[in-house]
Design a protein around this ligand. Structure first.
Ligand code: COA
Ligand code: AMP
Length: 631
């Protein structure tokens, strides 16, 4: 086995050789000769002349190799009291029939299909069925409102949408289908069909002429084989928050994605095919795409699909029960989930009771910054390596990690997500593009080319890709995060340097929230910032200046909260608003968001000389004592 350093050096010294070798691990209908190339726009492409099918690599190949009777997917749903297992053979049958059903609706290669579903096996089947016939899926997270879904419908222009009647949030039934119908009503683009999986929870399902029943479609359809596509053809579009109100459609290609994810399962997560992997996330996020669906299946593991929360479903023992019951070998979750568990079970009694480490070897954390106390608590209670690793929707797989599948992984340093993963030539740059020195904070960038699996561009928006990621520092990809590298080469991520915040591991745009708030007829000015939160890491915190000071400010706050829920969704957790007389601004008229953030977080702040009015309004000064949601 090679060390992390050796693998990383090899990957940068000769990327073509390195990734060419890795590509031999997957099945190609046409083996790529052109490992790395640049297209006419100058964007890098991996395995350009190769052809493959991702679904074939995720299902069929394992059946051919004798894994047909191995569990591919275990569905564990404490909210419905269900546990169901699907072998590779069973999942293959469902997926290939659903793929046939989609084909019968006229969906084929290059068509887009939007998936708006809760955490049920049919969501995984829908994704794989699209991949099987070369259609491009776009999964939208269930916690988004109809307006957000409509934006994505207009951008992705799906021929069909696959949904379910409802989801469950702890003990509340969330009607998905009516919300989707509302989104379609709002959208300019109209899909031809809506395939609805009926969960039979109640009468919330009003049927429209375009609706097709999921089960009936599968039952009457003929299984179809995989259609080979080009390595560079898109497998999916995943919308993520950008620094403006319009989300960005991250494209994932087929070839690079399969190669990178396969590599990550062996070298980052240190797994063997046949083992059990659990990413406690949602299929609506990149973690769900990569590590609930594609990577475990591409690698021949069993993946856990968990429909529940770390607490309250029914309590803080759930995670440990799932690990013990399904013999999970490696797990991945967000620090927020661990913070929630720690709050309910500070002694970790549930961990002991379930003897988690009978099977669990490593616990990975990502999705947001991990505070030292949470990592150390988990490390102490589990007594196995707890590894913070860093990545983004854009990369699709880890960029910084401690490789558990390498020789002698170095010790974890609390606060650091360890080292650049093979393929990533990561640097900390100053604003002027010069390299920062050791321990100097700067902007986290990756020298091009990015490794396979990372976004090649944005969906039908090369210009935004160029401007958002490549233009700041020519020759580099700019991640949007700040950070530094210590004397030993460990990298520390200090947080976003833009308008993106991370609420309970969910990526959201404050600019988008500002757009909604500013739209209110009584708001003359506003600023939304990310405030530190003990449980969720960050929560949105709004400052509002009103036009008419005689209005009832509590009523206004309630209206604004309702509007953000209505336009963006409950997942934004938008609850805290301060009505201020004015906002601190620079002489050039820019709202000083950084200053507001420091005040809210109770950090020391200085009034810069450039500020127009150094007199901070009292209601902002007093924030620390009133930093509480109003409902
Ligand atoms: N469908 C519909 N609504 C959803 C949803 C979904 N898939 N996911 C979240 N929501 C809603 C919730 O019901 C809640 O609505 P409410 O304001 O009406 O109560 C709101 O969005 C916020 O949800 P959530 O972020 O889950 O907060 P919570 O307070 O209900 O639970 C935690 C707190 C810590 C238990 C929860 O945030 C959690 O499990 N965090 C870990 C998240 C995670 O794993 N992220 C990984 C991404 S990689
Ligand atoms: P997403 O695209 O939703 O995966 O969110 C990506 C962003 O989450 C990154 O750009 C970081 O700001 C943050 N993030 C993810 N993982 C970590 C981590 N381990 N440490 C610090 N920040 C993280």
């Amino acid at each position: 086995m090679k060390t992390h350093k050796e693998l990383h050096s090899e990957s940068l010294a000769d990327p073509v050789h390195f990734w060419g070798k890795q590509a031999e691990r997957i099945h190609w209908n046409k083996k790529p000769q052109e490992i790395l190339s640049q297209d006419e726009k100058g964007f890098y492409r991996w395995f350009e002349d190769g052809e493959l099918n991702t679904c074939y690599n995720a299902l069929d190949i394992h059946i051919e190799n004798g894994r047909g009777s191995q569990r591919a997917l275990t569905y564990d749903s404490p909210v419905t009291g269900t546990i169901a297992h699907f072998t590779y053979q069973q999942l293959h049958e469902k997926v290939s029939k659903l793929a046939g059903g989609l084909q019968s609706l006229g969906i084929g290669k290059g068509d887009t299909v939007l998936i708006y579903m809760p955490m049920i096996p049919e969501a995984v089947m829908a994704m794989l069925a699209c991949a099987r016939i070369g259609a491009i899926h776009s999964v939208v997270f269930g916690g988004f409102a109809a307006h957000e879904v409509a934006i994505r419908i207009n951008d992705a222009k799906p021929k069909a949408i696959i949904t379910a009647t409802s989801g469950i949030e702890i003990d509340r039934i969330i009607p998905y289908k009516p919300l989707l119908d509302k989104a379609i009503d709002k959208a300019e683009h109209k899909p031809g069909y809506v395939v609805v999986f009926n969960r039979n929870f109640g009468a919330e399902n009003s049927v429209r002429p375009r609706d097709i029943d999921f089960d009936q479609l599968v039952a009457k359809s003929i299984a179809v084989d995989c259609l080979p596509v080009k390595a560079t053809d898109p497998l999916y579009i995943l919308y993520t928050s950008g620094t403006t109100g319009t989300p960005k459609g991250i494209i994932r290609d087929n070839g690079g994605h399969a190669v990178a994810l396969h590599f990550s399962m062996e070298h980052i997560y240190g797994l063997q095919p046949g083992e059990v992997f659990w990413a406690a996330s949602d299929v609506g996020w990149v973690v769900g795409h990569s590590y609930i669906v594609y990577a475990p299946l591409l690698y021949g593991c069993t993946s856990i699909l968990f429909e529940g929360k770390p607490i309250k479903t029914p309590d803080a023992s759930t995670f440990w029960r799932v690990i013990a019951e399904h013999k999970v070998n490696v797990m991945f979750t967000a620090p927020t989930a661990i913070r929630a568990i720690k709050k309910e079970d500070p002694e970790g009694l549930h961990i002991q009771k379930h003897q988690v480490t009978n099977s669990l070897r490593y616990q990975f954390l990502a999705g947001e910054r991990c505070d030292a106390a949470t990592l150390q608590w988990l490390q102490e209670k589990l007594n196995i390596p707890v590894i913070d690793h860093w990545w983004q929707t854009e990369s699709g797989w880890p960029m910084l990690a401690n490789l558990m599948g390498s020789e002698n992984p170095p010790p974890v340093k609390v606060g650091s997500a360890s080292f650049p993963v093979p393929g990533y030539d990561l640097h900390i740059l100053r604003e002027d593009g010069q390299k920062a020195t050791a321990n100097e904070e700067g902007l986290v960038c990756v020298k091009l080319p990015l490794p396979p699996g990372c976004l090649p561009t944005l969906w039908q928006n090369d210009l935004r890709f160029q401007r958002g990621y490549l233009e700041q520092f020519p020759g580099y990809y700019f991640s949007g995060d700040g950070g530094f590298i210590d004397d030993d080469g460990y990298v520390y991520i200090t947080g976003r340097v833009d308008d993106i915040i991370n609420v309970a591991g969910h990526r959201l745009s404050t600019a988008e929230m500002e757009e909604v708030v500013a739209h209110h007829p009584n708001v003359s000015e506003c600023a939304v910032i990310g405030a530190a939160d003990e449980l969720k890491g960050q929560i949105p915190f709004a400052f509002v200046v009103v036009k008419n000071t005689s209005i009832d400010s509590d009523a206004l706050k309630k209206e604004l909260i309702a509007q953000v829920r209505e336009k963006i969704g409950p997942v934004a957790a938008f609850k805290t608003i301060v009505v201020a007389e004015r906002l601190p601004k620079t002489r050039s008229g820019k709202i000083m968001r950084k200053l507001l953030r420091s005040i809210v977080d109770g950090e020391k702040y200085t009034i810069p000389g450039t500020i127009d009015d150094p007199d901070i309004p009292a209601e902002i000064e007093q924030l620390i004592s009133i930093k509480k949601p109003i409902n």
